[in-house]
Design a protein around this ligand. Structure first.
Ligand code: URA
Length: 428
C-alpha cells in the first residue's frame, strides 16, 4: 500500500505512533529514492524529538533488515556468537575476544566498521597488520570461520542498505543522537548478520556515545529488546568509558596490546573485560562444557586461533607492525596520584595525531596514537613520562597537545569517582 510521505511526517510530528505499514512503506520508498532526503530528514527529526515505542522500533529495524540480504550460518555445526561495542577510546576488545571465544567453542561471524571521529574502528586496527584484508565474500567468510573459528571483516553493501542511506543523512541533519534510531541502526546490521546470540558492550562516560549511565542503560535496554524480539539471544553489559581502556590508543599500538593479552599478559582492565565478555558470549550461545576463557588465554589456544584468523585473511601474524616516525613524551608535572585521565580528550588527541579520520574517505595512520604510562589511581613521580604521543609528522603534535590540556590531574589521592569497569548487566 502506498502512503503520502507528508502524512507519515505529520503523524510523528503530532506524537502519534507510526503503523507497521507506514514504517514498511517509508523505509522502502526512501531506499528506492521515492521519498526525498528532505522528507526523510523531517521525519527523522520528528522521531528524535518525539521518540518511538517498542513496536515501532522493532518495525523500523525489521524494515531496514528487509532492505538487504540476511546472512545465514545454519550450515555451521557450532553455535554462533557476536559482540558489538558502542565504541570507545582504546577499545580493542574485539581483537583478543573473537579468537578467544572461538578457542572456547563458539563460531564468531563478526561484521565490523571503520572509525569515524575520536573512536577507533576495528577494521582500521586490523588493517595495520601487513597483508590483512577486510573485504571478504560470504564464501570467504565461511572459509575463515571454518579455518579459525572467527572472522572479523567489513559488512558488504548488501547488508541493511536502508541503514547506510539513513545513517549518512542523520550524520548531516543533527539526528544521530536518538536512542530509537541508534538502537535500530546497530541492531538491523547485527540481526541481518545472522548471529544466533549477541553480547552488547554499551559504554558510558566522556569517551562514549552516551555520556551518562542512564542514557547508556536506556540504549542497552532498547537494543536487548530488539534482539530478543528478533529471536537473537541478546544481553548487554554497561561498561566504563570515562577513561581509556588499556594503555594503547591507536591502530597498530592497539594490535600490539591485544597480542599481549592473547599471550597471557596485557593490561588488567582489557583482560578483565575480554574474559567477562567471552563468558557472556559462551553463555548466550549455549556452548556446553566450554573451556574457561581465562584458561584459553593461558594455554595458548586463543593465540593459535588469532594466528589462524589473521593468516586466513591474508595477514602475517609475525610481521613487524608499522611505527610512527616521530614521538613526544608528556611528563608528570608533579608527584602524586593520577586522579583523572579523560577518555574523550585522549581520543581526540589520538585522532589529531592521525589515528582516526574526519571524513569517511580519509586514510588513517597505522602507527599514530598514544601510549599511556599511567592510569587513574596510579602513583606518578614528577618528571617521569605520563604518556607518549606518536605521529608520522611533527606538525600534528601541537593540536594533539591542545586536546590534552586539562585532560589529566594529579592529586594526593584519586580515582575514587571512576565508574566501575562493568557498571551493570541488562537482560530481556
Ligand atoms: N553506530 C551505528 O551503526 N549506528 C548509529 O546510529 C550509531 C552508531
Amino acid at each position: 500500500m502506498g502512503f503520502d510521505a507528508i502524512d507519515v511526517i505529520i503523524t510523528k510530528r503530532e506524537r502519534g505512533a507510526l503503523s507497521t505499514a507506514q514504517i514498511d512503506w517509508v523505509i522502502d520508498a526512501y531506499t528506492r529514492g521515492a521519498v526525498a532526503d528532505e522528507q526523510m530528514s523531517s521525519l527523522l527529526m520528528a522521531i528524535l524529538l518525539n521518540g518511538m515505542d517498542r513496536r515501532e522500533i522493532a518495525d523500523w529495524t525489521q524494515a531496514m533488515i528487509r532492505s538487504g540480504e540476511r546472512m545465514d550460518w545454519s550450515v555451521l555445526d557450532r553455535p554462533t556468537a557476536d559482540k558489538h561495542s558502542t565504541g570507545g577510546v582504546g577499545d580493542k576488545i574485539t581483537l583478543p575476544l573473537a579468537p578467544l571465544v572461538a578457542a572456547c567453542g563458539a563460531y564468531i561471524p563478526q561484521l565490523s566498521g571503520r572509525g569515524l571521529g575520536h573512536t577507533g574502528g576495528t577494521l582500521d586496527k586490523l588493517e595495520s597488520i601487513p597483508g590483512w584484508r577486510a573485504s571478504l565474500s560470504n564464501d570467504e567468510m565461511l572459509g575463515v570461520i571454518r579455518a579459525a573459528g572467527a572472522v572479523v571483516c567489513a559488512a558488504g553493501s548488501g547488508l541493511a542498505p536502508a541503514d547506510k542511506k539513513l545513517y549518512a543523512l542523520r550524520d548531516v541533519t543533527g539526528t544521530v543522537e536518538s536512542i530509537p534510531l541508534i538502537a535500530s541502526s546497530i541492531m538491523s546490521k547485527k540481526i541481518a548478520e545472522g548471529t544466533g546470540s549477541l553480547v552488547l558492550d554499551v559504554k558510558a562516560g566522556s569517551g562514549a556515545f552516551m555520556k551518562n549511565v542512564d542514557d547508556a542503560r536506556e540504549l542497552a535496554r532498547t537494543m536487548v529488546e530488539l534482539g530478543t524480539d528478533a529471536g537473537v539471544r541478546t544481553v548487554a553489559l554497561l561498561t566504563a568509558m570515562d577513561r581509556p581502556l588499556g594503555f594503547a590508543v591507536g591502530n597498530a599500538l592497539e594490535v600490539e596490546e591485544s597480542v599481549e593479552v592473547l599471550a597471557g599478559g596485557g593490561p588488567s582492565d582489557v583482560v578483565e573485560l575480554t574474559v567477562r565478555l567471552a563468558r557472556e558470549m559462551l553463555e548466550a550461545a549455549g556452548v556446553r562444557g566450554a573451556k574457561d576463557p581465562e584458561e584459553a588465554l593461558k594455554d595458548g589456544s586463543a593465540m593459535d586461533a588469532w594466528r589462524r584468523m589473521i593468516s586466513a585473511q591474508g595477514g602475517d601474524p609475525d610481521a613487524v607492525l608499522p611505527r610512527a616516525a616521530e614521538f613526544v613524551e608528556i611528563a608528570a608535572p608533579e608527584s602524586g596520584v593520577l586522579a583523572k585521565l579523560d577518555a574523550l580528550a585522549v581520543g581526540v588527541a589520538a585522532w589529531r595525531l592521525g589515528a582516526g579520520r574526519a571524513r569517511k574517505e580519509d586514510p588513517v595512520s597505522a602507527g599514530a596514537g598514544i601510549t599511556l604510562h599511567a592510569k587513574p589511581g596510579d602513583v606518578v613521580t614528577k618528571g617521569t613520562p605520563l604518556m607518549t604521543l606518536h605521529a608520522d609528522e611533527t606538525a600534528r603534535f601541537e593540536r594533539a597537545l591542545e586536546a590534552l590540556e586539562g585532560a589529566y590531574a594529579i592529586g594526593e589521592d584519586g580515582g575514587d569517582d571512576l565508574l566501575p569497569l562493568v557498571i551493570d548487566r541488562i537482560t530481556a
